[in-house]
Each structure stands twice: as C-alpha cells, then as structure tokens.
Design a protein around this ligand. Structure first.
Ligand code: AMP
Ligand code: ZN
Length: 494
C-alpha cells in the first residue's frame, strides 16, 4: 500500500539548516546511504545509537510503501588515525598489536557488528558494500578528479586541491565553514606533508614498505583516502544524485564535506538532497568515544557486567530508551534514564498485551482516526519518535479505559487501534515484546498454560474427561490452578 501518498514528510536537512519537505528524486523510490563502522574494534553504544536512528527511519519509509534502497558501508581500509593524513591506518595498527592479518581484524569486528545489530533487531540494509571491494571504482574516481583539475599527485600520493576547488565551488557548504577560517585555524605541519595546503585531503596514499593493506594504482602501491570510499560506493549503487545521506554529527566535517567536494569535482553535481546527522550519545554526561575510554559496549550493558549501571537491560528497553529522544538531540545514557525507560517499556507492553482481550462495542467514544494520524504526523515531522511514544501512551490510556468500561470502540475502530499500535511498536520502532527478565518468563509461562487450557478444552469437547482432568490435576501439582468461569478458563499460580 502506498501510504506515503497521504503523508507529508519533513526532514531536517543539514545542508539548508531547515526542516525541508521531503520529495524523492523518483516518486515511490528512495536512495539512502549511511556511513557504516570502521571495523577495527567492537562497536560501542554510541555507534549503535546512530545506526538505530537510521534503522527506524528506514523502517518508517518502508512502512509507508516506499521502495527504499538502503546502502550502509563497511570501512575496512584506508582510515588513518589522523585527519591530517599522517599516521597509521587503524586496522593495520590493530593487526600489528594483535599479530594477526588486517583482514582477520576486519572479519572479527564485522561479525561482531552484525551480531550486535541482530541482537537489537535491526533490519539489514539493502546493500552493505566494503571499501576493499571497491578499490577499482575509487581509482577511477581519482583519475576523473585529476582530469578535471581538482587533484594533484606528489610522490605517489594524490591530494584533493581544496583551494582550487573553492575558487569555483563552496568548500564548507555543509558544515557552514569558510575556507579562510580553516586556513587561519590550521597548524602548518612544517614540511611533514607533501600537500600544497594543509586543508587538502588525501585521495590516495602511497604505502610505506611496512604497510600491509596496499593495492596497485597508476600512482603507487598504496591505499585510498577515507572520504573517497563513500563517494565511490554511494554513487555506484544510488546514482550520481540520491535522496538521503546520513551519519553521526561528527562526520559532518570533514568527512561529508569532502564527499560533497569529491562528487562536485568528479561529476559536477551535489550528490545528496537531504543530509541527516544523528547527535551523539553521552555516557554519564560525557561524549562516548573509543579514544577516551568513556564507552560501554552493548554486551556489557546487556549482561549488566559493567561499572556504570546497576543492572542488565534488555535490547528492547535500550531501543525504547533511544527512541524516547529525537535523533537530533544529545542523549545521555544514565542508570536513572534506563530504569525510567524500563518502566515505560513495561507499561507500553502491558497495554499491548491487553489488546487481544478487548471486546468491541456497537459505538465508539474515542476518535481513533485522529489519534492514528497524530502517530503518523509525529514521524512525518523529522521522525519525531518521542512524540510517537507519547501517542502510544495515550493509546495505553484508551486500552485501560476500554477495559474498565469507561470508553468503547466499535469493531472497525478497535481493529484500527490494534493494527496501528502493532505497526508503530513492532514494525517502525522495531521493539520486541520481551519485557523485563521476569516479565518475559511470565509471558512464556502464560503462553504454555494457555496452550494446555486449549488442549483441555478440546479433550472435554471430545468427552475425554480422563485427559482433561489429568491436565488440570498435573498443573495443580505444579502450582498452577485452573478456574473455569463463564468467560472461559483462567489460571493462577502460587
Ligand atoms: P566510526 O566507526 O567511528 O566511523 O563510527 C560509526 C558511526 O557511529 C558514525 O556514524 C559515527 O558518527 C557514529 N558515532 C561515533 N561515536 C558516537 C557517539 N558517541 N554517539 C553517536 N554516534 C556516534
Ligand atoms: Zn562515509
């Protein structure tokens, strides 16, 4: 169903600094690229937050009936430790420290990344290309940029000529920086670099003799610059221009600024219509970052085995916590915050679990159509998940009112309520109904007992009273009492 035809989506676009009306290049189709992880260590929860925000966006766009091609890359080559284009590549460094092949590093942390995302119920992207699988495309792109006069070769390395580019283009269009200010603020590296200007960035680096990850090119045996892979892979799979490009806020400059420059220099086009940046996750008030050690790994949070939190939290509680703030706000991960989210999540799921027990009436006293549109309006407003959750809590209130008899819904409205709640809770927010540890156990028990109640009922219909009594008695022995009433059989535990 093409629900999108009835929804007006607005997206906060970092390029314009405003919430823009969203109009895809090709009606009904969306091309979306999100910068993936550099696979040299375990992902931390900050990384997970950014990818989760885009997972929810992907889920919503798919829910609306768009055909979304979502490309999220794996950075497995050429990411230097230092933006000044000197130093060792992060993957090579890890390989040296652990005395393994760089590709073993890449494999280990790619597998870890996928395991973590599965745990958190992510949808896989449509394409997950790797930088090392696209070296030829990157070399071709460099050749074009050189031919167009925006890059130069020195001693086997190729650099993007930012000053030349800025004469006819605007380097800083995304990050709202001015080249003059950048020049003013950059420390010169006293002859350490072959670059004409410190602002220039590497498209290709000649490998030192000890550098393991290397490929032949017209300029040297070497490796591509980090910014280049995303231009090569996004344009290969989504075209010279596409709809949405996302990543964490920290990638806006220089990474995304450089992507725009490379695209303009090679193809003469601004590649992306809507640039989206997710804000940072903090841990107890400080930016979560691998380099400062202020991080918590998903495994540590899920197992409770860490020094920051009082207990373990389930993947859905963490997903709920993330969805309770806008992707554009800084989010501080704290024990109090997670405890509050756990309560909220349980309250929501208690409501969801009641849905199947609600009975339809002849008339409706609640305006479900308006409520439903409010859920869509929240997502249409730059994917405002906290407002969606507020609306879901409004629905929990309705559910309780219907249960108590102070409100009614006719059969159509009740069905609307159920399908809308299911769509937003499961399909769009990507939550699972696993509640807390204790709650999950209770749910499983309840499912098993319900099955036995059903089998006992069938035995009675077949006049197999020996079996029906056996089920009742053995359950009683296990501490579960069945009670037959006019609305069916219920159970209690002792
Ligand atoms: P990296 O592997 O460092 O390239 O990061 C992968 C993604 O995680 C990028 O989109 C980063 O912007 C994002 N990221 C890194 N640190 C954080 C953080 N503390 N909060 C949210 N996102 C982050
Ligand atoms: Zn990227």
């Amino acid at each position: 169903m093409e629900l999108y035809k009835h929804q007006n989506i607005k997206i906060y676009n970092s390029l314009t600094g405003e919430k823009d009306n969203f109009k895809p290049i090709n009606e009904g189709y969306i091309g979306m690229y999100v910068c993936g992880p550099t696979v040299y260590s375990n992902v931390h929860l900050g990384n997970v937050r950014t990818f989760m925000s885009f997972d929810v966006i992907f889920r919503y766009l798919k829910h609306l009936g768009f055909k979304v091609r979502y490309v999220r890359n794996i950075t497995d080559a050429g990411h230097l430790e230092n933006d000044a284009d000197v130093g060792e590549d992060k993957i090579t460094k890890k390989a040296r420290l652990e005395e393994i092949e760089p590709m073993e590093v890449v494999q280990r942390y790619t597998v870890d990344f996928h395991n973590i995302l599965n745990t958190f119920n992510f949808l896989p992207p449509s394409i997950e290309p790797t930088a090392t699988g696209h070296i030829i495309e990157q070399i071709e792109l460099i050749k074009t940029i050189i031919d167009n006069g925006f890059a130069y070769e020195v001693n086997g390395s190729v650099y993007f000529d930012v000053h030349k580019y800025d004469e006819t283009n605007n380097y800083g269009v995304l990050s709202k920086r001015k080249l003059e200010d950048l020049i003013h603020n950059t420390r010169a590296l006293d002859g350490q670099s072959d670059k004409k200007n410190p602002q220039d960035f590497a498209l290709w680096k000649k490998a030192e003799p000890t550098h393991i990850m290397r490929w032949p090119s017209p300029w040297s045996d070497g490796f591509p610059g980090w910014h280049l892979e995303c231009t090569a892979m996004s344009t290969k799979y989504l075209g010279d221009q596409f709809d949405i490009h996302g990543g964490g806020m920290d990638l806006k400059f220089p990474h995304h600024e450089c992507e725009i420059a490379q695209n303009q220099a090679a193809l003469g086009k601004s590649p992306v219509n809507y640039w989206m940046h997710a804000n940072m996750l903090e841990l107890n008030g400080q930016r979560m970052s691998k380099s400062t050690g202020n991080t918590v790994n998903p495994d540590e949070l899920l197992s409770g085995n860490n020094k920051f939190f009082s207990k373990a939290y389930t993947p859905s509680v963490i997903r709920f916590f993330v969805a309770q703030s806008s992707y554009r706000s800084i989010l501080d991960l704290t024990d109090d915050g997670l405890l509050a989210s756990e309560k909220g999540y349980n309250r929501l799921m208690d409501g969801v679990n009641q849905l199947d027990h609600l009975k339809a009436s002849k008339t409706s006293t609640l305006d479900i159509a308006t409520w439903k549109q409010k859920c869509y309006d929240a997502m249409n407003d730059d994917f405002n998940t906290p407002i969606v959750i507020a609306n879901l809590f409004e629905a929990v209130k309705y559910i309780n009112q219907i249960k108590e008899g102070s409100a009614t819904l006719n059969a159509t409205d009740l069905e609307y309520l159920k399908t809308t709640i299911h769509a937003f809770v499961y399909d769009i927010l990507g939550l699972k109904n696993d509640k807390t540890e204790a709650g999950a156990g209770t749910d499983k028990l309840s499912g098993a007992v319900q099955l036995l109640i059903k089998l006992r009922q069938e035995a009675r219909v077949n006049k197999d009273f020996a079996l029906s009594d056996q089920i009742r008695d053995e359950l009683a022995e296990a501490g579960i009492q069945l009670k037959d009433g006019k609305d069916g059989t219920t159970f209690t535990t002792n």
